[in-house]
Design a protein around this ligand. Structure first.
Ligand code: NI
Length: 226
């Protein structure tokens, strides 16, 4: 399931994030890549321990908690502290799959990457190319969203970033370990949640809503791991 969540950050928050990131120290993006994806990866990245990465990352994590669509789709157990990347001058990231397990820096915890997330910090008009292309059994999906919007997709997917041939593309990216490991099970819960929310506000429909909400929570009880 590929979900696009609009307006995670306001334009003012995007502007503030961009100002702080522009003044930070950027390094070769290969620092967080394994040996295979390092061959495909050509971009710049903020150092993981950079205080600006922590501050802007925390702003993003707080904003995510206000997004019912994100919570419903991801059912997050753990969220990796956001990383930041930048592509310009023809840089790209060839086809790869993200590592299954990530060590959370500065903690003894590891995280299973069930979902991958990209939050766009530059508008499509600011650069050419740079589409995030995600492959699933229905084909390849090219994603390029306005600044402040994010895309959430199964970390099991092969994906790549097309070369940025004009301007600069800046994004935050991170991973989520979901309470529900299976993408298929998570998709069912997301659909059920959306259907319940869409029921009319009549007493009859709300009686049905309560029963379906019971089904929803009992499925979460059956499937959640923590
Ligand atoms: Ni990736």
């Amino acid at each position: 399931m590929l979900i696009q969540v609009p307006d995670v950050l306001t334009p003012a928050q995007v502007g503030e994030a961009r100002r702080r990131l522009a003044a930070a120290t950027w390094v070769d993006g290969k620092v967080t890549a394994g040996p295979q994806s390092a061959r495909a990866k050509d971009n710049r990245q903020l150092a993981q321990d950079d205080p600006v990465a922590r501050e802007v990352g925390d702003l993003i994590l707080q904003a995510l908690q206000q997004q019912p669509l994100f919570v419903s789709a991801a059912l997050p157990l753990r969220v990796f502290p956001p990383l930041f990347n930048s592509y310009s001058g023809g840089q790209s990231f060839g086809m790869h799959v993200d590592n299954a397990i990530r060590h959370v820096p500065g903690t003894p915890h590891r995280l299973r990457t069930d979902l991958s997330c990209t939050l766009f910090l530059t508008d499509p008009a600011e650069y050419d190319g740079g589409e995030l292309v995600i492959e699933d059994t229905y084909g390849a999906h090219a994603v390029k969203m306005p600044a402040g919007h994010l895309v959430l997709y199964p970390a099991t997917s092969l994906h790549h970033v097309r070369p940025v041939t004009r301007g600069t593309r800046v994004s935050a990216f991170f991973w989520i370990q979901s309470l529900v490991r299976s993408d298929a099970d998570r998709t069912l819960l997301y659909e059920l949640d959306g259907a319940i929310r869409g029921l009319p506000q009549t007493p009859e429909a709300q009686h049905v809503a309560v029963r379906l909400t019971g089904v929803y929570h009992n499925l979460v009880r059956r499937w959640a791991e923590m």
